[in-house]
Design a protein around this ligand. Structure first.
Ligand SMILES: C/C(=C\CNc1ncnc2c1ncn2[C@@H]1O[C@H](COP(=O)(O)O)[C@@H](O)[C@H]1O)CO
Length: 177
């Protein structure tokens, strides 16, 4: 299975985030899955990919012309594919992947998470999408989405398309089931 991971490009994070990214990357590779990610050796993106490479996993990194031109370096040991911009990168990551995991992140991660889950809801793609909830990071988001459902603002329950997990093993068991 090709498993796409969306996550923060920021560095200088609390080690708990990096440790979770590392655990996820290792577990993806140990289970024989390929990792699809944003390509660069930055923040949690670098952590998840380096861990999968260290476990001899296949890692597909989708970069962009603009970010590479700014000097951002891809993770060593991966298969890199360069796209024209962030939109093309997101589309390519979706094309390549069978399942999606979001780790804590910022605007880019939220954009990717919502793009995938709304396309699953619309029936454009069929895939599982999971949130890796490190230190309760996604609890406010889950509360907001549950409230939207309770108010009738979500036409389907988002939880039908998305799992919320606190560790890599349970998350990957759910994806594999
Ligand atoms: C200017 C900075 C970073 C440049 N932007 C990105 N670099 C790497 N990956 C990116 C970038 N923007 C979007 N992505 C994708 O979204 C996720 C990371 O975004 P976030 O905002 O850090 O959560 C990641 O999954 C990428 O695929 C900062 O120096």
């Amino acid at each position: 299975m090709n498993i796409c991971v969306f996550c923060s490009s920021s560095s200088n994070l609390d080690p708990m985030y990096t440790e979770a990214a590392d655990a996820l990357g290792r577990e993806i590779a140990r289970r024989g899955h390929a990792l699809v990610f944003g390509g660069y050796d930055m923040g949690l993106m670098g952590a998840v990919a380096r861990a999968a490479v260290e476990e001899s996993g296949r890692v597909l990194g989708i970069t962009t012309e603009g970010l590479s031109a700014k000097g951002r370096a891809a993770v060593e040991g991966i298969e890199e594919e360069c796209t024209v911009d962030l939109s093309a990168r997101k589309e390519r990551m979706v094309e390549l992947s069978d399942a999606f995991v979001s780790l804590p992140g910022g605007l880019g991660t939220f954009d990717e998470f919502f793009s995938v889950i709304s396309r699953v809801k619309a029936g454009e793609i069929e895939a599982k999408s999971a949130l890796f909830d490190v230190d309760g990071f996604f609890a406010p988001l889950a509360e907001l989405l549950d409230d939207a459902t309770a108010r009738g603002l979500n036409s389907t329950d988002w939880r039908a398309h998305c799992g919320l997990f606190g560790n890599a093993q349970e998350l990957l068991d759910w994806i594999e089931a």
